[in-house]
Ligand binder design. Structure first.
Ligand SMILES: [Fe+2]
Ligand SMILES: [Fe+2]
Length: 700
């Protein structure tokens, strides 16, 4: 209630001594109180005036004035406005300083007749009321000023809070919390406009909270029409400030649904429903507030009524619930506008994030499709990394007990994992797919030359054999010589076959027991001795230096240059990923991806970093995820899938040797992270071509 409209009473207070000097008029125009002790009477007046305001005209004599004047000093705190009429002589008039004059209306030097009394009282009340009115106006404007300032502060704080929150669910909670706090509402709901499958608008009841009831309501959709209160506001954009939901005017198109009240023993009374309009005035939702508990006589004293008064009984609803003040119509419109912009901003951010993530996934799929043998690898590594980071978050012991990842850091790790082998795109596919020490065409050429050598030798022996056959009968020992010659021929030709077989074996990426260089040197020497020439008569180089270099590879199928090229995928990844303008929270992505092949003992690449401190933990997690997936993959052409027990054993051995982070390997095994990854779940990302040749793939 406004201070200007509160009840006033008017009292004439007359001291015993003053009474002797007054002739009272007939009638009951004034409420007159006579008292022998005027100071005591004033105290009583102050005590009685607890809620309403009192205007008082006090008649007293000069000797009573000093004691009463002390009391007047405290009247500022009481709800009493008064003026004094004092009986005194000339000397009293002279004794009054200017500082006392504010409370004194008149000083009388002679008794008052009834008519004079009536005039003095009327005139003094007029002055008192005027003074009071001025004071009341001042207080009202000051209160409104404070209130407006608080509203402004609330709006500014709300804008700030809403702009910070990036999680959509938390944002909706925050919007409702702040709306309830600002208006003193007991409950509230947020509805968002969405489109159904046919593109028709509908309202989604998204979130609600009732301070006086512990209820969690499920999301649901409802038609966006004028039949419901929220629907009406969403369609028309009007603000509805309803004093009592059960007493709607008969001509309203909307009605109130009392099912919530019935189910939860609640009583919806006052209701404020405002549209959430975005920057182009489009309605994106509705905020509905219920049961204002902000008591009208309290002008924004800083307490949050919404969170102090609990509405339990029907009496509570009658006692505490009031109509939402009119000022909240516009204030909540401003709040809803800010909320709409925050919601839209969040939607846009999420949309951009989703688009970017989908683009990353599509790009990774495209790259992995070049090599079906590793399809899904990056996606599985990303899943393992996420599962490991979550496991680290609940770890209590060891150095991992002091490590934790935020949701944003886990997302950063996931993106880094998806892109960790992106640099493969820069590597010659044939190197990547090289399954044996010689490329198929090089091995085929070698076989052709060996076949030529075989035929060359066979031809040489055959022509010599014919000569020997012709000399049989002419020379006595020719038959014996022919037998020896055929034997030698067969042995030599068989040797070529053996050499071919040996080279075929050596072409396999398996580790050789013999020294391959020595074996190849012997073979080259043997072939050299044959002195094979081409059709043109040139000396034929059957095993080229390149063949010798490749067949000399002791482990795997890659020669040192090819290995270097494959290893360069991490620096290519780094260069590519560094060019993406990541937001600050994702700044570590290039570094995490760059280090996924570093080993703790310094044998990794690209920089051979040594020790745990030299790399981010995210890179060490990724190294484990990468190795696990490479070992357990069943679709690698150069090796069969290693059984799980063996994979875990290998990882443990690597940890014991100080190659992998032992704490993380232990965490991986203890938490059975491998069980959380379904290999088949990433097939959707594969663009496998049936029957395509499989080649050497990552694991690098
Ligand atoms: Fe890699
Ligand atoms: Fe990898």
């Amino acid at each position: 209630m406004d201070i200007l409209h509160e009840k006033n009473r008017s009292i004439v207070l007359i001291s015993g001594k003053a009474r002797e000097l007054i002739t009272l008029p007939q009638g009951d125009e004034f409420t007159i109180v006579e008292s022998a002790d005027i100071t005591k009477a004033m105290h009583s007046l102050i005590d009685e005036t607890e809620h309403d305001h009192t205007n008082a005209v006090i008649f007293l004599t000069r000797d009573e004035y000093p004691e009463l004047s002390n009391l007047l000093g405290v009247l500022g705190f009481a709800r009493v406005s008064c003026q004094l009429v004092i009986f005194g002589g000339e000397d009293f008039l002279k004794s009054l300083g200017s500082e006392n004059l504010r409370d004194i209306s008149e000083v009388r030097t002679a008794p008052l007749s009834a008519a004079e009394f009536t005039f003095v009282v009327r005139k003094t009340f007029a002055v008192v009321k005027d003074l009071y009115l001025n004071h009341a106006l001042q207080e009202t404007y000051l209160a409104r000023l404070i209130d407006t300032r608080k509203d402004q502060e609330d709006l500014i704080n709300m804008g700030r809070a809403l702009s910070i929150e990036k999680d959509q669910e938390k944002l909706l909670r925050l919007i409702l919390f702040l709306s309830k706090r600002i208006t003193g509402a007991d409950a509230g709901s947020i509805f968002l406009v969405e489109h159904d499958e046919e593109g028709q608008k509908r309202l989604r009841f998204k979130y609600s909270h009732t301070f006086s009831r512990d209820i969690r309501l499920e999301e649901r959709v409802m038609p966006m029409d004028k039949k419901s209160i929220s629907g009406y506001v969403a369609v028309t954009g009007e603000v509805l400030n309803i004093p009592d939901a059960y007493s709607l005017p008969a001509d309203t198109p909307y009605s109130f649904n009392p099912s919530f009240d019935k189910k939860h023993n609640y009583r919806s009374r006052s209701m404020l429903t405002v549209p959430m309009k975005n920057h182009v005035d489009e309605i994106i939702g509705v905020i509905q507030l219920l049961n204002c508990k902000e008591q009208p006589e309290k002008v924004s004293d800083g307490t949050d009524e919404a969170f102090t008064i609990k509405l339990e009984t029907s009496e509570d609803f009658d006692r505490y619930v009031v109509t939402f003040d009119k000022k909240y119509d516009s204030l909540m419109e401003a709040v809803a506008g800010q909320a709409a912009i925050a919601i839209e901003n969040n939607r846009m951010i999420m949309q951009i994030q989703n688009q970017f993530e989908e683009f990353v996934k599509a790009s990774v799929s495209a790259i992995e499709s070049r090599d079906p043998a590793t399809s899904g690898h990056s996606f599985r590594v990303a899943e393992i990394c996420k599962a490991m980071a979550s496991a680290v978050n609940v770890e209590n012991e060891g150095y991992l007990g002091g490590v934790s990842f935020t949701d944003t850091q886990i997302k950063e790790l996931e993106l880094a994992a998806l892109l960790h082998d992106f640099g493969k795109v820069y590597i010659d596919l044939s190197v990547f797919r090289k399954a044996k020490k010689l490329y198929p065409k090089d091995f085929d050429n070698l076989c052709l030359r060996l076949n030529y050598l075989y035929r060359f030798l066979e031809l040489q022996y055959t022509s010599h054999e014919a000569e020997l056959m012709r000399s049989i009968g002419k020379e006595g020992d020719a038959a014996a010589a022919l037998r020896d010659f055929v034997k030698e021929k067969n042995e030599k030709l068989q040797r070529i076959k053996d050499i071919k077989e040996k080279l075929c074996q050596m072409n396999e990426p398996a580790v050789m027991e013999e020294n391959p260089e020595e074996v190849l040197e012997r073979i080259a020497q043997e072939i050299d001795e044959i002195d094979c020439v081409s059709v043109e008569g040139d000396r034929l180089c059957v095993i080229s230096p390149a063949d010798i270099m490749n067949l000399s590879i002791r482990r795997g199928s890659l020669n040192p240059m090819e290995r270097k090229e494959i290893e360069s995928h991490v620096t290519h990844t780094y260069c590519f990923v560094s060019k993406i303008p990541w937001p600050p929270e994702y700044k570590n992505i290039p570094e995490i991806a760059l280090r996924h092949h570093e080993k703790l003992d310094g044998t990794g690449y690209p920089d051979g970093l040594k020790g745990r401190e030299s790399t981010l933990i995210q890179s060490r997690i990724m190294a484990i995820a990468d190795i696990y997936d490479a070992l357990s993959a069943s679709d690698r052409p150069y090796k069969k899938a290693v059984p799980l027990e063996r994979v875990l054993k290998i990882m443990q051995e690597e940890a014991e040797k100080g190659i992998l982070d032992a704490d993380l390997v232990d965490l991986f095994i203890r938490n059975r992270i491998y069980e959380k990854i379904s290999r088949d779940s990433f097939r959707e990302y594969s663009l496998e071509e049936p029957g395509r040749e499989k080649g050497v793939s990552c694991g690098f």
